[in-house]
Design a protein. Structure first.
Length: 570
């Protein structure tokens, strides 16, 4: 990491703002010269494009560094020039006068580094101490290329993302990025839309690179532009996400987490119901050859029982089966809690449109006519299973942290405990709570409080085992389910997490501060049912709060008694 990164984040931010202010007069001199060219020469395309790019850059940098006056004035000038470039407006004396007025307004601004520090409304925090202290977190770093023709913005965002454990290399020229990608493929690219080479040069470059690579490179596009054409060009270039400037580093880190997540995506689970075993096995073979997991059932009455152990993303069923038709089975499933939204696709040789429509009325999602090409079967099943995963994720995940929500973590605790009871394995439940969280909200605002919760959620996801289950239990309280560990082993893991989180530096409105959390642990078989585990862990958490906070305590047997009457304080 460069020497400058050893300083506080706020100091680096201050230097970047100072550099922006230092370069502003030269940029405005260029703008005045280009305006003179517009009035004195007939060849106006080049100065017009360059002038638009200057105002575009000033608008984005002004917003990013908290100089609202620069952002507002540059935004108006950029819009005027955009209308001229698009052919909706002609160059005229009043237009040139307005542009000169905007340049003069920007020249007259009395800017200081400190003038923008209080406007930095996007709290950041430094995870580098945690990353340097823990090789486990470092092992999950990802190489990211960031390309933006504004060097100050690129450097600022790169350093912020490095705080989140990413190795970010900034590039200012498209040619340099091309060379870097073809030399060493990164995990993802963050790419601006507009460059001196053109209004859509960013997406164009990514699209060209993808033709030279074995597989498209994951890309997140960033821009001040928010028009449909910009978003469309980004999508056509295989853009996975689109962020408007100024970019929030926390949100960008979350997007990068999704693109560079650990492990392979979980395979889709497809239940095939057909009274013809050969046909069913053929479908299973086709789907399994594409990487899916399938289960075949020939008797419709067995389907509800099979679904209890086979977490299906989709049911592929025959329309006509003896004793129980496809529509009848669909009605049965729709009456069982938990299967109301389970995708159902009929596969049948029925070609009568009216009959197909009637079959779909009971709540099925599609109809495939036999014989069906393997490619179409895979495509149809994949698309619907993917949609089911997305919808299910929205229903079971906490929108702020991306962790399992309250109801889901309770259900998962029941499932995990039942599994451990059958296999005679140990299980620990940790309930953790951010210390003095109300004070964080009161002092620094709810946006900063949200950043703290997101940071803790991200720390738990990165540092715990793949088999551990993490959820946001409510407010500032989190729940962690760990199998195969006794209470002392779980305490060692949670203590290490607690110490790492306490070292994280949070920044808001120029103020640095730290947060800690307290935790309570309860273990199976000492506590044999979900309610007892939760009550005991929560009571141990209550004791940890009263023991001075920033500690992890293991539940005592008496913790399960009378805990409902206790209300722990943050």
């Amino acid at each position: 990491m460069p020497a400058a990164s050893q300083d506080s984040f706020q100091e680096r931010k201050r230097r970047l703002r100072a550099s922006f202010i230092e370069q502003l007069p030269d940029r405005l001199r260029q703008a005045r010269a280009l305006l003179a060219d517009l009035t004195s020469t007939g060849r106006q395309d080049e100065p017009l494009t360059q002038l638009h790019l200057i105002f575009h850059t000033l608008k984005g940098s002004g917003a990013s560094f908290g100089f609202n006056a620069i952002n507002a004035s540059a935004k108006e000038a950029e819009q005027m020039l955009r209308e001229v470039i698009d052919g909706d407006r002609r160059i005229s004396a009043p237009l040139l006068a307005d542009l000169r007025r905007h340049v003069q307004t920007l020249e007259e601004l009395e800017l200081t580094v400190d003038s923008a520090m209080g406007n930095d409304s996007h709290p950041c925090f430094d995870l580098r101490r945690q990353a340097n202290a823990d090789a486990e977190l470092t092992a999950h770093n990802r190489l990211i290329y960031l390309c933006d023709d504004d060097p100050l913005f690129a450097q600022d965002l790169s350093e912020q993302l490095q705080c989140f454990g990413y190795q970010v290399k900034p590039y200012h020229a498209l040619d340099d990025l091309r060379t870097a990608v073809l030399t060493q493929r990164p995990a993802a690219v963050i790419m601006d839309i507009i460059f001196p080479e053109g209004r859509d040069a960013g997406p164009t470059t990514i699209a060209e690179l993808n033709t030279q690579l074995d597989a498209p490179i994951p890309c997140i596009f960033i821009s001040q532009r928010d028009d449909f054409q910009a978003r469309l060009r980004a999508v056509k270039a295989n853009g996975r996400a689109y962020c408007r400037k100024p970019v929030k580093a926390v949100e960008m880190a979350e997007l990068l987490d999704q693109l560079t997540s650990r492990g392979n995506p979980e395979q889709y689970h497809i239940l095939i119901v057909d009274d013809d075993p050969d046909v069913a096995q053929f479908y299973a073979m086709v789907l399994e050859s594409s990487g899916m997991v399938s289960r075949v059932v020939s008797e419709p009455e067995r389907v509800p029982t099979v679904l209890e152990d086979f977490d299906a993303d989709l049911v592929l069923m025959d329309l006509y089966m003896p004793h129980c038709s496809g529509p009848e089975l669909a009605r049965v499933l729709r009456q069982i809690p938990g299967y109301l939204g389970l995708p159902i696709i009929y596969v049948s040789s029925e070609t009568d449109a009216q009959r197909q429509f009637k079959a779909l009325e009971v709540g099925a999602d599609g109809f495939l006519t036999k014989p069906i090409e393997p490619e179409r079967l895979v495509t149809e099943v994949h698309l619907r299973a993917e949609r089911m995963r997305t919808l299910r994720s929205l229903m079971i995940r906490d929108s702020l942290t991306g962790l399992f929500n309250h109801n889901t973590i309770l259900q998962l605790l029941k499932v995990a405990l039942a599994s451990c009871q059958r296999s005679d394995r140990r299980l620990c439940l940790a309930m953790i709570d951010v210390d003095r969280f109300k004070s964080v909200n009161d002092t620094h605002g709810h946006q900063t409080g949200d950043q703290v919760l997101m940071a803790l959620g991200r720390t738990l996801r990165l540092r715990l085992r793949e088999s551990d289950i993490v959820g946001r239990y409510g407010g500032e309280e989190f729940a962690v389910i760990m199998t195969g560990l006794d209470a002392e082993q779980a305490k060692g893991i949670m203590d290490a997490l607690r110490e790492s989180f306490a070292a994280v530096t949070f920044l808001a409105d120029g103020t640095e501060f730290h947060c800690t959390f307290s935790g309570g642990l309860a273990a199976f078989p000492e506590y044999s049912d979900p309610s007892a585990l939760i009550e005991a862990a929560d009571a141990a958490l209550y004791r940890a709060k009263h023991a001075g906070r920033n500690c992890i305590l293991i539940a005592h047997h008496q913790d399960a008694d009378g805990v409902s009457a206790l209300t722990h304080s943050s």
